[in-house]
Design a protein around this ligand. Structure first.
Ligand SMILES: CC(C)(COP(=O)(O)OP(=O)(O)OC[C@H]1O[C@@H](n2cnc3c(N)ncnc32)[C@H](O)[C@@H]1OP(=O)(O)O)[C@@H](O)C(=O)NCCC(=O)NCCS
Length: 441
């Protein structure tokens, strides 16, 4: 019993930084027809409800390609395509409306569930469906009329935003209305992409059979930039490993990334809880298509105080760093550089000026334990050295009790207290007996 409690408590605590990072963000979750046809889709919807209750704004876009094909078959209609795009005549649209309508009701029913002893107990979700997508006909291509197959003309992003701000989940399907009062068949991928772009969403999340994409050795690929994703798609198409749902989502992700959606995640609908693992664990589980690398070095701002405190508090508790109060950090925060990954601070260092002595202190160097030994410490040091040089300092010094060799290996020498700038000398703690290391610039 006690082990289970510890796991629960550990799990909760580990997810706290992610809960903070995702709160108030907008995610477009795309559930393709393949995912909806799988038994796990109920679990996925429960997890979507959980994201909603953690303060994430959610637009849920569903597709129904395999279900529509089955519906057409049952109605004795031969599906017609041109250049891989469905041609939607009136009879086909009738089937699509039936299938999409049924899917919408199924999802609505599931997200309305509130039975005791289920994850949905007390969830009380308001789901909104509406005319947020205005469609227009695809028209005629090569003499082939796409009839009622359409494309997105406009997204009512203000209307959508109002619903999200009202704490509703917005549910959208593969049909859009036009200004002429007709309905058009759209692809769920296009709806998801356009909605995400127009809403300036933080993420699109899609589901495929596997947990993201894998390389030629079968290893999962954690991250791809749009250009790399295009190359990867080409390879998949060449060796015949492309599957429609995944390819369509990756193409949509590339498009979304290039139009300003920072991150698109692909996880498996077969893996129970993959969505939560992807969003609430350090390394995730699927593939992300990203506009820029997940990691970047930047100057800290006042809104980073929480992130820096999360990183340094455990080291302060172990006595490795001297304790800084929140107030002190607030005053010093602009002297900090950060390494940020997925909205989390995983490394930091500060440069404190001692202008009278023409020197700077390289302070509060920390790299999160999960991310050490990959040169992040050196990256922070090099940045601080650069800043010190720009300011014309002749010396950088640091105080440490546990990382003496790290500094020696990075060109610092041990010096005596006398070598410290005057102001720092007065503050030197003779009980702590930190080693003083100096680097001539
Ligand atoms: C010191 C620290 C920032 C290094 O971060 P990092 O990203 O792992 O650094 P790098 O990747 O650039 O360097 C890694 C190398 O330093 C070594 N190293 C890491 N921590 C070390 C330490 N405390 N003492 C001596 N060497 C250390 C590693 O073994 C590795 O050596 P290798 O390349 O021979 O395997 C990190 O270990 C840390 O946060 N420590 C706790 C806080 C601390 O002591 N800060 C410094 C005092 S203010």
């Amino acid at each position: 019993m006690s082990v289970r409690t510890t796991e629960l408590v550990d799990g909760f605590r580990h997810s706290a930084p992610y809960v903070n990072a995702h709160r108030g963000k907008t995610f477009v979750v795309m559930l393709g027809g393949e995912a909806l046809a799988n038994n796990h889709f109920r679990g996925i919807l429960n997890d979507v409800a959980l994201l909603h209750s953690l303060g994430i704004k959610i637009v849920l876009v569903y597709g129904a390609r395999p279900q529509i094909d089955a519906g057409l078959k049952a109605a004795g209609i031969e599906p017609a395509y041109h250049n891989g795009i469905r041609i939607t005549d009136e009879d086909t649209l009738k089937v699509i409306k039936q299938v999409a309508g049924a899917t919408q009701f199924d999802i609505t029913a599931r997200l309305s569930m509130s039975l005791g002893n289920t994850p949905m107990q007390n969830a009380q979700i308001n789901l909104v469906c509406g005319n947020f997508v205005i469609a227009q006909p695809l028209g005629v291509d090569d003499g082939v009329d796409f009839c009622l197959s359409g494309k997105v003309r406009r997204i009512d992003s203000q209307g959508l935003r109002r619903q999200l701000d009202n704490n509703c989940i917005v549910l959208m399907g593969p049909i859009g209305a036009s200004v002429t009062g007709e309905s058009f068949n759209l692809t769920a991928e296009e709806v998801a992409t356009q909605v995400a772009v127009k809403l300036k969403a933080d993420k699109i999340i899609g589901f495929s059979e596997t947990n993201g994409l894998s390389d030629e050795n079968g290893n999962a690929i954690a991250e791809l930039m749009p250009n790399q994703a295009i190359e990867h798609l080409a390879k998949m198409e060449q060796d015949g490993s492309a599957c429609t749902g995944t390819t369509a989502f990756v193409k949509a992700s590339i498009d979304a990334c290039r139009n300003g959606v920072p991150r698109c995640h692909l996880v498996s609908y077969l893996d129970d809880g993959a969505l939560l693992q992807e969003l609430f664990s350090r390394e995730g589980i699927g593939t992300q298509i990203v506009t820029e690398s997940a990691e970047r070095l930047r100057r800290a701002t006042i809104s980073d105080i929480g992130g820096v405190l999360n990183l340094i508090r455990p080291l302060e508790e172990q006595g490795i760093l001297v304790r800084r109060s929140r107030e002190q950090l607030e005053m010093e925060i602009e002297q900090f550089m950060l390494i940020e990954r997925d909205n989390l601070v995983i490394g930091c260092a500060a440069l404190y000026p001692f202008e009278e002595d023409n020197a700077g202190e390289f302070a509060c160097l920390v790299v999160h334990p999960d991310y050490r030994d990959a040169d992040r410490g050196s990256v922070l040091l090099n940045n601080i050295i650069g800043q010190a040089r720009v300011r014309g300092y002749s010396r950088l010094f640091a105080l440490t009790t546990r990382s003496i060799h790290w500094f020696l290996e990075h060109g610092f020498n041990i010096v005596e207290v006398e070598a410290l700038p005057n102001k720092k000398k007065q503050l030197y703690n003779y009980q702590r007996r930190s080693k003083i290391l100096a680097l001539d610039l």
